[in-house]
Write a protein that binds this ligand. Structure first.
Ligand code: HEC
Length: 135
């Protein structure tokens, strides 16, 4: 009997910790959901891009070098020739004016950590400062 109640207690504790850890993942989750809704149709679900047309985000040197520009790229889009991992791209990316700072922050943090990317996490104040410096 004693063992059984210990076991129930253990399962309950396990259940609570799973719920808590899922909740703590929420910001990354929102980033992933937003990425899949707004970005994946071009950059693809795994960030590999579309050969010759859409640059990759996964292990992209551009993403690494222009960390402080990511928030502005998401808000305002970009156009003009760029080179990503040695390949040239020259298409236009539309901006997403209706995404707020928190949503942009979650997307940036998602693409910075997904698919083997390993950039430093950014807090909301850094994203706000980045957005203020958009041209
Ligand atoms: C309609 C297609 C399209 C959508 C949707 C799109 N992009 Fe892009 N993105 C592009 C293209 C095309 C370029 C290259 C622009 C150029 O040549 O100047 C680009 C460039 C980029 C770059 C810089 C280059 C690189 O590979 O690092 C980043 C970062 C980026 N996009 C992130 C995003 C994010 C995040 C989203 C979603 C919020 C998004 N894009 C949605 C087409 C798109």
């Amino acid at each position: 009997m004693k063992n059984e109640s210990f076991c129930l207690y253990f399962l309950f504790a396990l259940f609570i910790s799973i719920i808590l850890s899922v909740r703590c993942d929420l910001p990354t989750d929102q980033g992933k959901v937003l990425y899949n809704a707004y970005c994946a149709n071009c950059h693809m679900e795994n960030g590999e891009g579309l050969r010759g047309l859409i640059p990759p985000l996964a292990k992209a040197d551009y993403l690494s070098i222009y960390q402080d520009d990511l928030a502005c790229i998401i808000r305002n889009g970009m156009k003009g020739p760029i080179t990503v991992n040695g390949k040239n791209y020259d298409q236009e990316m539309i901006g997403f004016k209706d995404l707020n700072e928190i949503e942009i922050s979650n997307i940036v943090n998602y693409i910075n950590r997904a698919w083997g990317n390993n950039e430093t996490a950014k807090n909301i104040n850094q994203i706000k400062a980045n957005l203020e410096s958009c041209q």
